[in-house]
Design a protein around this ligand. Structure first.
Ligand code: HEM
Length: 488
């Protein structure tokens, strides 16, 4: 045999010819023994998995989180103990609305998802590049996403539909103001911040819980693009930028900070701390730097690692918990459900998703169970007992650990079970505060960007939007109104 690496079939047999199908005569039809051709074509037909229903287009890389401030007073999470502790991470950045073949330069929030491979399990911080979101109730999420994606008839983006949703959902105004501002199109994934956006929690070995918001502040500085500049960029520019900077050892990094609120403070704070449309002002809850996040290794295979990466807000570890934020609560269920559909029941056996610490549970079987060991001793967990409770704990069968018990989640006030309508909550103060913080140039960019899209909407939608802008700040409405009349 030659010295070349032999080409084989998927069952490992050496292939003699991979250029010609077998046919009955030179000009004749193919014969039934062309199983090599059938194998190639059949596998080809199955090369795609469903793209993510949102955040379909993204880029991923590995890196390291280094703790610079011990947090043992707030949490038992092992990766937050002792300064200098290092934890491997996988990060995926994404746009939200476009499909896999859309542009990296859409005016759209950016996903900022970090998988921390801690030695007590994987913690996924599945955030965005914005500190707030468009909604505070998950029942609105599918309608919101439909309005931002393509029109069902024309299959092209529909600015009128976007504004129709927003005109009917004033709770979106704060996030919409960020999206339409000069920060709406990041120059690259390296030049933007990341946020948990949600309030999460930490709990310590005394059973005390604090509420926590996470911030990842770019060390590269914020850099954005105008609509005009963005339209001149190659659609794959952000992917290219990330890969090139890591290949050139110009490793992107972020200072990791937290805001912490005690349960007692949360009870009396004038803002609902679990409302995802609101920030916690830094003057009230200062940013505390706790570490550095660095990306330093590109993926070897985009599909295996980035496309099949599965992040879920329900991937929590002892010492890090959720909060009563209604949006977060829905996300605790939605993501694993999406993964089972998009990748399969054994999604967590894939190397990019698998814990890197020992893991033992009683789930077995299912499609593709027992993939070669990634980081744990997998093989469908061998012949170990597959039910609990059992009599084999002393021999090493997995058993619950009482120390990992999370303190109970408090409920404040009367807790009648019903739908709580929050549509009339304060939707405008923080949007107005943000507007007032902007320079004259930023206000012009914001209001021109809004007018450029709002001009496609009906008069009734324009009127309702102008009323929202006015409720945030009279000058906000005046500028949008002026920009609209210039376009008329
Ligand atoms: C009720 C609200 C929400 C629902 C139901 C929802 C649902 C989803 C679903 C189904 C996916 C695709 C997951 C997959 O196939 O792997 C996804 C992706 C994502 N979502 Fe959400 N989402 C919500 C709100 C949010 C919010 C508020 C944020 C940020 C603060 C966010 C950040 C992300 C990110 C970053 C991804 C991509 C993760 C990756 O890179 O794989 N989502 N979302």
């Amino acid at each position: 045999m030659s010295k070349n690496t032999p080409l084989t079939t998927v069952n490992g047999a050496v292939v003699a010819d991979d250029q010609a199908s077998i046919s009955a005569g030179e000009r004749g039809s193919l014969t039934f023994d062309n199983f090599r051709v059938f194998e190639k074509l059949a596998h080809f037909n199955r090369e795609r998995i469903p793209e993510r229903v949102v955040h379909a287009r993204g880029s991923g890389a590995y890196g390291t989180f280094t703790l610079t401030k011990d947090l043992s007073n707030h949490t038992i999470a092992s990766f937050l103990q002792g300064t200098g502790t290092k934890t491997d991470v996988f990060v995926r950045f994404s746009t939200v609305g476009g499909g896999q073949d859309s542009s990296d330069y859409a005016r759209d929030p950016r996903g900022f998802a970090v998988k921390f491979y801690t030695n007590e399990g994987n913690w996924d911080m599945v955030g965005n590049n914005t500190p707030v979101f468009f909604l505070r109730d998950p029942i609105k999420f599918p309608d919101f996403v439909h309005s931002q994606k393509k029109n069902p008839a024309t299959n092209i983006p529909d600015p009128a539909a976007m504004f129709e949703f927003w005109a009917n959902s004033p709770q979106s105004l704060h996030q919409m103001t960020i999206l339409m501002s000069d920060r709406g199109i990041p120059y690259s994934y390296r030049h933007m911040h990341g946020f948990s956006s949600h309030t999460l929690s930490m709990w310590n070995n005394k059973g005390e819980r604090v509420w926590v918001k996470w911030h990842f502040k770019t060390n590269q500085g914020i850099k954005n693009l105008s609509d005009d500049k963005a339209s001149a960029m190659p659609s794959f520019g952000a992917q290219q930028d990330l890969v090139a900077s890591i290949n050139n050892a110009d490793f992107p990094s972020w200072a990791v900070k937290v805001q912490i609120m005690t349960e007692e403070e949360a009870r009396h704070y004038h803002i609902n701390p679990f409302d995802l449309t609101k920030i916690w002002p830094h003057a009230d809850f200062p940013l505390i730097e706790i570490g550095q996040l660095e990306l330093n290794r590109n993926v070897d295979n985009y599909f295996a690692e980035t496309e099949q990466a599965a992040f879920s807000p329900s991937n929590l570890v002892p010492g890090i918990g959720a909060s009563p934020d209604k949006m977060l609560q829905a996300r605790l269920l939605a993501y694993s459900d999406a993964h089972r559909y998009r990748i399969g029941a054994n999604v967590n056996q894939l190397p990019v998703n698998s814990p890197r610490c020992p893991f033992h549970h009683y789930q077995r079987d299912g499609v593709m169970a027992g993939m070669p060991p990634a980081f744990g001793d997998n093989n469908n967990q061998g012949g170990g007992v597959n039910f609990y409770p059992n009599d084999s704990i002393a021999e090493g069968a997995p058993a619950p650990v009482i120390e990992a018990l999370e303190p109970p989640m408090p409920i404040e006030g009367e807790a009648w079970i019903k739908a709580y309508d929050t549509q009339e909550d304060d939707n405008f103060t923080q949007a107005g505060n943000l507007y007032r913080l902007m320079s004259d140039d930023q206000k012009n960019q914001l209001t021109n960007n809004i007018a450029g899209a709002l001009t496609h909407a009906s008069e009734s939608i324009k009127e309702r939007m102008l009323a929202q802008f006015k409720a945030a700040d009279a000058n906000y409405a005046e500028r949008v109104s002026k920009a609209l009349s210039q376009l008329a």
